[in-house]
Write a protein that binds this ligand. Structure first.
Ligand code: ADQ
Length: 747
């Protein structure tokens, strides 16, 4: 018993020490977060009231200024707000301010801290009062006449209260934990000892428990297998092409995969000189899947859309790629003008694309487009069936162009493992329900063994749509749909990019890229650069982005003449009127912003409306001080992850729309609502003045996330799930055959 008491005391002390260290770290980090949070709130509150402040400034107390200040004070933690002249006169204030401060006191504090007020700017101070610490955020707008500032006072005493509560709760949790752990350990040790003694005694007596031995062995094996699976991710180290190949060899006996996607990874185009060049398309799907195919080998079935595509294939419409490396086969399918117009431009991109994205564009559904969509899905499904080399192949169906293909492939290859990945959002059932062929689309997709989406939300929306529109049983516990005794698993697999990105090989350093880009665009050597890189698509929020640049320049005069935003926009789906209109609107907006702020050689927006090959794209990522991804709705968005991958110097700030799948993972970005121009423009300004240490801290965290959750992991997890499904199906097939045989033999 004495030994047990000593053990409990030691365990308690150890846990206590750990808890205390944890508490100190937590306190430090949370305090920094809260202070930053408060400063940001104050900045946003003043920014939103900017127009009213300027309007009422001159009239002071007599005009509407007290009301504007009262509005800013609505946040429960704001103690008070005031407007002061630079000579120390109070123009207006809320009661909370008058109780604690005067304008001259603030001015003398600023002077003591060495804050010069020789030009309009903002500043912040933390001051200790008798009631506890307070935070002052002040801002002088250039329009204020006479000169002066608005100051927002935040009460920080809640921090100490919050810290005290956290500390008490932690200590309590520690005591309960320590007691429970100690109790369980002592009891378990005693039981195990007693059980082992009994076993030993029985064995010595010779009445052994052999009937339990197989069971014990089974349980041991099961536990080992489960823990093996759980630890597999950790033990296998980082996901890489080698590890992905290992998954194929180990779990799928080296079977090759057949991928079907509309876009091909390598397009052969005729050049004006009569030669042929290879183009890498601007497509998130290609960015993600191509490295996976290079690692796995197999066949990629896609639409041959290049002007020199027919000249570069063999008699079976196949060509080995990547050029010079030839690690897998690209099988091209040819489409007529009518097929492409109906299936690709019509049903896929005027129907399904706007249906699935909340971006205020009406989907258009036409019978003749649907007819082509069905026909082309069948042609691709047939091409897949031509390419497989067994009756139970692994087929990866990609994206909304092929919602019908899974069931069509299943009809010809009932034992195939079909993994379908939907690269765009899946809308809620009300919205999905407006598609006239909603049942057919869902039935088509349920031909899949696994249906993958970027997020759990998209999985839930899909399950809700299945529930609403087709006959089936939904197994919510296992996220699966059962139909005619076939099961489709519905799973989130957040997509990513290769790591490291091979396009970075041989690129100059970020500093060199920045110097080169500034020189090429005729910008000043110290110009601040923002970058946006997209297909020219209305879901990407390019208009909102340029409008936010405009507002940042309006609100932050110090950025005028210094900040230039470079927008690379690859033409996309140009035959669709909605895309042509977008093109015209983006051009007009860039012109307008440039007319407003250009001065001498300076222009704030550089619009490069063309396709750029990946090394050029990565050069811009490396050159930029910030990258703004402003999608109005986006399944994942790989541009955000590419920017992070490009910055091995741990510099640069990502400003990211909250409506992207990526915002759920890259939480160290400045996450904004792209419709809120005020918030987005302030985030851009904050990014441009962010201290290097903070940039590095945020970038490091995001880089480690993308490195770990890379595209090999995305593909590996899907293939491991597919392998488990295959072994379960094989086992249940064997059991059914045994059952049938037994029935035949029974009289
Ligand atoms: P996309 O809508 O194509 O992908 P995204 O994920 O951002 O969008 O990928 C775009 C790709 O094209 C990136 O690799 C980018 O570098 C490249 N690109 C963009 N503009 C370019 C330009 N001007 N020149 C050259 N290259 C350019 C869809 C979904 C996304 C999802 C992906 C992958 O809409 O939500 O992340 O599939 O699943």
């Amino acid at each position: 018993m004495g030994r047990a008491v000593r053990f409990v005391v030691a365990l308690t002390l150890g846990l206590g020490l750990l808890t205390w260290i944890g508490h100190l770290t937590l306190t430090h980090t949370t305090r920094r977060w809260f202070e930053r949070d408060i400063e940001l709130r104050a900045r946003l509150a003043v920014a939103s009231a900017r127009r009213s402040l300027v309007r009422h400034w001159a009239a002071g107390e007599e005009g509407g200024l007290p009301d504007v200040l009262a509005d800013i004070t609505r946040d429960e933690r704001v103690m008070g707000t005031a407007a002061c002249d630079l000579d120390g006169h109070l123009r207006a204030a809320t009661p909370g301010f008058r109780d604690a401060f005067t304008c001259p006191r603030i001015l003398s504090r600023l002077a003591a801290q060495g804050v010069a007020l020789d030009a309009p700017a903002d500043w912040s101070l933390t001051v200790d009062l008798r009631g506890g610490p307070v935070h002052l955020y002040g801002v002088e707008l250039p329009e204020f006449s006479p000169r002066g500032f608005v100051v927002v006072v935040h009460d920080l005493s809640f921090l100490s209260r919050r810290e005290a509560t956290t500390r008490n709760q932690l200590l309590l949790a520690f005591f309960v934990l320590a007691l429970a752990a100690a109790g369980i350990t002592v009891v378990a040790a005693r039981l195990a000892w007693r059980g082992w003694q009994d076993d030993l005694r029985r064995a010595l007596r010779g009445d052994g428990s052999r009937q339990f031995q197989p069971l014990v062995r089974d349980v041991r094996e099961l536990v080992a297998r489960l823990s093996q699976e759980r630890d597999a991710d950790a033990r296998g180290g980082e996901w890489s092409p080698e590890r992905l190949r290992g998954v194929l060899t180990q779990h799928l006996h080296g079977e090759r995969v057949v991928i079907v996607a509309n876009r091909e990874p390598y397009i052969h185009e005729k050049t004006p000189e009569g030669g042929v060049r290879v183009v890498h398309p601007a497509s998130g799907l290609v960015t993600a899947i191509e490295p996976v195919m290079r690692a796995c080998s197999g066949v990629w079935v896609a639409h041959g859309s290049g002007s020199a595509d027919r000249e570069t294939v063999d008699a079976r419409d196949r060509v080995k790629v990547p050029p010079g490396e030839e690690s897998y086969v690209l099988r091209r399918v040819w489409l007529t003008e009518t097929e492409e117009a109906g299936y690709y431009y019509g049903f896929s991109n005027e129907g399904l694309w706007p249906l699935c994205h909340v971006a205020d564009t009406r989907p258009e559904f036409r019978d003749e487009d649907w007819e082509q969509y069905r026909k082309v899905n069948q042609r691709f499904a047939d091409a897949v069936c031509d390419e497989v080399d067994s009756d139970d192949p692994i087929v990866l169906v990609q994206d909304y162009h092929f919602a019908l293909a899974p069931a069509m492939i299943r009809a010809r290859l009932p034992r195939a493992t079909i993994i379908t990945f939907w690269h765009i959002p899946w809308p809620n059932p009300e919205r999905f329900g407006i598609c006239p062929w909603r049942e057919e689309l869902i039935e088509g997709l349920l031909g899949s063994s696994i249906m993958g989406f970027h997020t759990q939300q998209h999985c839930n929306n899909f399950l809700d749509a299945v529930d609403a529109f087709v006959e089936s049983r939904i197994d919510r516990e296992h996220n699966a749909v059962v139909q005619r005794s076939r099961r489709t698993l519905v799973r989130p697999y957040p997509i990513s990019i290769e790591w490291p990105v091979h396009w970075l090989d041989g690129l100059p350093s970020p500093a060199q890229c920045a110097a080169d880009v500034r020189r090429e665009l005729g910008l000043a050597p110290d110009a601040l650069l923002g970058v946006g890189i997209d297909r020219l698509d209305y879901t990407k929020g390019i208009e909102e982005r340029l409008a936010a640049v405009d507002m940042a320049l309006e609100r932050h005069p110090e950025l005028r003449g210094r900040y230039t935003f470079i927008q690379l926009a690859a033409p996309s789906r140009t035959r669709i009127p909605r895309y042509q209109e977008l093109n015209d609107r983006v051009e007009a907006l860039a012109r307008k912003v440039n007319e407003r702020w250009s001065e001498g050689a300076y222009r704030p927006v550089v619009l490069l409306r063309s396709h750029h090959e990946p090394p050029a794209v990565f050069r811009y990522f490396r050159a930029a001080n910030l990258c703004y991804v402003s999608s109005l709705h986006d399944g994942m968005n790989l541009v955000a992850k590419e920017f992070v991958a490009a910055r091995n110097d741990e510099r640069g700030v990502l400003v990211l729309s909250q409506f992207t799948g990526a915002a759920r993972e890259l939480t160290e970005a400045l996450v904004v609502n792209p419709y809120d121009l005020s918030e987005a423009s302030e985030a851009m300004a904050a990014a441009l003045r962010m201290p290097e240490a903070e940039q590095a801290e945020r970038m490091r965290a995001m880089r480690s996330l993308v490195a770990h959750f890379n595209v090999y992991r995305w593909a590996g997890r899907m293939l491991v799930d597919a392998a488990q499904l295959r072994s379960r199906e094989r086992l249940s097939g064997r059991l059914t055959r045994v059952g049938t045989r037994a029935k035949e033999l029974l009289p």
